[in-house]
Design a protein around this ligand. Structure first.
Ligand code: NDP
Length: 264
């Protein structure tokens, strides 16, 4: 299938590792120039260079903390300067939390609100003028299965990701008259380096290996019995970025190996 993406340009937050990097690489494979942003500029720079060399597309890195005001404008400006405009935005930067509601202070709630919701608000505001000039665009938000089916140890994550899904729906209604499609993707278990690191910490000094630990999590939760690779998730993102998914508007799509226990 020709995804009709060649020559487009994309801005991906949290594009330096894990899901965001996989999305950037698969978009680049389809001929899309990519701007990736993350706090660790050196890592983002290294991946951008690798993408440019491997796929022969434009690739730039921006070192920024997306939870801070001003980040969206500087990233959008860098992408516009490099590629002349932006066709695709993937609001992906984010991370899990661990707390109880009774013990977490306001600052923690505020941080995750800025990271998961306000970043998506600000990046969307920053790129839409460019998309409108180009006659349309695509915005994808990475939320999580936890937006619908909460995990007990991360109420702040669950709550802010649920808010992101609703933001996506509202934004979609506002932007579809301008031919900008907004959708949200809710992944389940995706095997990123961060998951391996956590498993390493939790199994250190025990008889359980990292592989055994991860295997048990997958078998206990996802009917498919395994984690997704970032790459197999990224293929879905790229379809959603493509004009081939032109009637997909304002929805939240689960890519979770059957983990969601209800019918959506
Ligand atoms: P990783 O930790 O592997 O990557 C996160 C990316 O976001 C990195 O590029 C990181 O770079 C960047 N990032 C994190 N915080 C900030 C910040 N404040 N400002 C700018 N960049 C930031 O995460 P995943 O790939 O696992 O997750 C990506 C998204 O997918 C997240 O939103 C996560 O909630 C969601 N998700 C993940 C699942 C999974 O199983 N992996 C399941 C469901 C949802 P740096 O550290 O340099 O800033």
């Amino acid at each position: 299938m020709d995804l009709e993406l060649k020559g487009k340009s994309a801005l991906i937050t949290g594009g330096s590792v894990g899901i965001g990097l996989a999305v950037a690489r698969v978009l680049a494979r389809e001929g899309v120039s990519v701007a990736i942003c993350a706090r660790d500029g050196a890592r983002a720079e290294k991946e951008a260079e690798r993408i440019a060399k491997e796929f022969g597309v434009g690739a730039v890195a921006v070192a920024t903390d997306v939870s801070k005001p001003g980040a969206a404008e500087s990233c959008a400006a860098a992408a516009e300067k490099a590629f002349g405009g932006i066709d695709i935005l993937v609001n992906n930067a984010g991370t899990g939390s661990s707390e109880t509601i009774m013990e977490a202070g306001d600052e923690k709630w505020q941080y995750y609100w800025e990271l998961h919701v306000m970043a998506a608000v600000r990046f969307s505001r920053a790129v839409v003028p460019s998309m409108r000039r180009r006659g349309g665009g695509v915005i994808i938000n990475t939320a999580s299965i936890c937006a619908k089916q909460p995990l007990g140890y991360e109420p702040i994550y669950n709550t802010t990701k649920a808010a992101l899904v609703m933001f996506g729906k509202c934004l979609s209604n506002e932007l579809i008259p301008h031919k900008i499609r907004v959708n949200t993707i809710n992944p389940g278990l995706v095997l990123t380096p961060d998951w391996r690191k956590t498993a390493g910490i939790l199994t250190a000094g025990t008889d359980t290996t990292v592989e055994q630990y991860l295997d048990k999590i997958a078998k206990d939760n996802a009917p498919i019995g395994r984690f997704a690779s970032p790459e197999e998730l990224a293929d879905f993102y790229v379809f959603m970025c493509s004009p081939r998914s032109s009637y997909c508007v304002g929805s939240a799509y689960y890519v979770d190996g059957g983990w969601l226990k209800t019918v959506e």
